[in-house]
Design a protein around this ligand. Structure first.
Ligand code: FES
Length: 171
């Protein structure tokens, strides 16, 4: 006698799943209903979680920080500074007599440091030749798909004050 047969000649699985053939439809429907219920509950819980998360979300607050003095850097010159935290390096460029722009120095591709190419009037990433517009940080060329986060600058007398970061998703 094979090991999987009971003495009554019923297969072992029938003993472990003791459901009569006539009831199989009922069990399938019950299992399906259970599946639908659990799936619906999981989706409902996910929606509640998203809702609670959006309620609790608060826009990040940025410090006001003096990052340079007007006239401190020449036209076409560059100043590096850290903002909004000590680990985040930023680059400021004086593009005209009275115009300053600043961006995160971290390339949006793989985080290499970008530098200002005065010759090409753009920010360049040496790692994979990603180029960014000096005007607004958008991608001009290369693998990056997102623009550089811009530092929002305000003028306070002869001080240039960083007051926030602006991140755009697409170039
Ligand atoms: S890290 Fe800048 S282009 Fe790849």
């Amino acid at each position: 006698m094979p090991w999987f047969r009971r003495p009554s000649n019923e297969p072992l699985w029938q003993d472990e799943f003791s459901v009569y053939t006539a009831d199989e439809r009922y069990v399938n429907r019950r299992q399906f209903t259970k599946f639908l219920t659990l799936t619906s509950l999981a989706m409902f819980a996910g929606q509640v979680w998203i809702l609670v998360k959006s309620w609790l979300y608060r826009a990040p607050e940025f410090p006001r920080q003096v990052v340079a003095r007007a006239g401190e850097i020449p036209v076409g010159g560059v100043k590096l500074f850290r903002y909004p935290v000590a680990e985040e390096q930023c680059i400021m460029v004086r593009t005209a007599e009275d115009r300053y722009v600043a961006y995160s120095q971290k390339c949006t591709h793989l985080s290499c440091a970008v530098y200002f190419s005065q010759e090409n009037n753009r920010l360049e990433c040496p790692c994979h030749e990603g180029y960014f517009s000096i005007t607004d940080g958008t991608v001009l060329q290369g693998p990056p798909t997102r623009p550089l986060p811009a530092v929002i600058l305000e003028r306070r007398g002869d001080e240039l004050v960083a007051v926030g970061m602006q991140t755009r998703r697409e170039s």
